[in-house]
Design a protein around this ligand. Structure first.
Ligand SMILES: Cc1ncc(COP(=O)(O)O)c(C=O)c1O
Length: 378
């Protein structure tokens, strides 16, 4: 049986989520904006899902705006905040952010914005003294810091960042795409003004997500149209997918503790086995991390080559973020943590899922051990 250890790239659709979605693919087909009974049935489903997603992250339902996923949410947050600013100032983002933040921020340089990275230390955490000094250097519009890193799983202290960013009279975007459904999240208490979510990382369908926008925060829309989502995201809602996202969010909330206990036990088993291999380093190991994620390197071995060797044995892992694998460039996350290029080239990410088993971890460790022994003997 093949083994799937790439849940930070995407998760399988949970059967109970599919069951919740099916009626909206084969049955009620109204447009949620229509006032007749067909429309009202669709509207009710969309609003029920809004309650479910809001409950998962401790937000008010009215703060949840549907999008097509994490990428669009990050674009809406940053471009939307910048568009309503009186004049260009600064945009800051952590050097280990996902490309959906990094590339969006960088795209604003041409419009006269000063774009700077927030320094991240060797364990994947914000360098707080450097960040404070950076904030003191001039006006700021928006800063972006992720809740959990997609490669290392390292968790940032979002409330601490929010307090500093608010003192600088700016907004904080917290990309929670990898955190939602894996960690208890409380949008209200986090201090974040904007929070990005994506359904396909928590056993929901692909192509749907949300931006949580603190009430009172002003943003300009990316998508103009029929005034849906309080004018923030025009376009007829993807009803079945939104229903699926809602169902996935509710299940994640109900099962959070059980899933985490299971994942943590698997991760500990995995890490203990990895430590027995010669030349191993686990990235961000000293930091608080997601219970499902381990990124490591084996000295003298390229991540991409190891990924292919594992794939031939039926084991799916990633050599960095899904988006950057195949590019031939080392992970910007590890470079952002100050690791040398040859170390970053060796990165392999294992991201476990709720349905993985101890037997799969053991099989992975056995295969990796054999491959390593063969490589060292060659
Ligand atoms: C941290 C983070 N942000 C944003 C995204 C983009 O989300 P989506 O695939 O829903 O566009 C991802 C996807 O890997 C991610 O890991």
């Amino acid at each position: 049986m093949p083994i799937y250890f790439d849940h930070n790239a995407t998760t399988p659709l949970e059967p109970r989520v599919l069951e919740a979605m099916l009626p909206y693919l084969s049955g009620p087909y109204g447009n949620p904006s229509s006032v007749h009974r067909y429309g009202r049935a669709a509207r009710d489903a969309v609003e029920a899902a809004r309650l479910q997603v809001a409950a998962l992250v401790g937000a008010q339902p009215a703060e949840v705006v549907w999008t097509s996923g994490g990428t669009e949410s990050n674009n809406l947050a940053l471009k939307g905040a910048v568009a309503v600013a009186k004049q260009p100032s600064r945009i800051l983002y952590g050097s280990t952010e996902h490309p959906a933040v990094l590339e969006t921020a960088e795209s604003m340089r041409q419009q006269g914005w000063q774009v700077e990275t927030i320094a991240i230390d060797g364990q994947g955490l914000v360098d707080w003294p450097a960040f404070e000094a950076q904030l003191a250097r001039g006006p700021l519009c928006v800063a972006a810091l992720m809740v959990a890193n997609n490669e290392t799983g390292v968790l940032q202290d979002v409330p601490r960042a929010a307090a500093l960013v608010h003192a600088a009279k700016a907004l904080l975007l917290a990309d929670a795409v990898q955190g939602a459904g894996k960690l208890p999240l409380d949008f209200a208490a986090s201090g974040a003004d904007l929070m990005s979510l994506s359904s396909h990382k928590l056993y929901g369908p692909k192509g749907v997500g949300a931006l949580v926008i603190r009430s009172g925060v002003e943003l300009a829309p990316l998508m103009h149209g029929g005034g849906q989502e309080r004018g923030l995201r025009g376009g007829t809602e993807n009803v079945a997918s939104i229903v699926g996202f809602g169902a996935a969010a509710e299940l994640a909330q109900q099962e959070l503790e059980a899933r985490n206990a299971h994942l943590l036990a698997l991760r500990e088993r995995l890490v203990a086995g990895l430590h027995a291999l010669p030349g191993i380093s686990i990235f961000g190991e000293q930091s608080p991390r997601l219970s499902n994620t381990v990124q490591f390197g084996l000295k003298g071995w390229e991540g991409e080559a190891l990924l292919m060797a594992l794939d031939r044995k039926g084991i799916a892992v990633s050599s960095g973020s899904a988006c950057s694998s195949g590019k031939g460039e080392p992970s910007h996350v590890l470079l952002g943590m100050g690791l040398a290029r040859d170390v970053a080239y060796g990165a392999i990410r294992v991201s476990l899922g709720k349905d993985n088993t101890a037997a799969e971890v053991d099989r992975f460790l056995a295969v990796l051990g054999e491959l390593r022994a063969a490589q060292l003997a060659a």
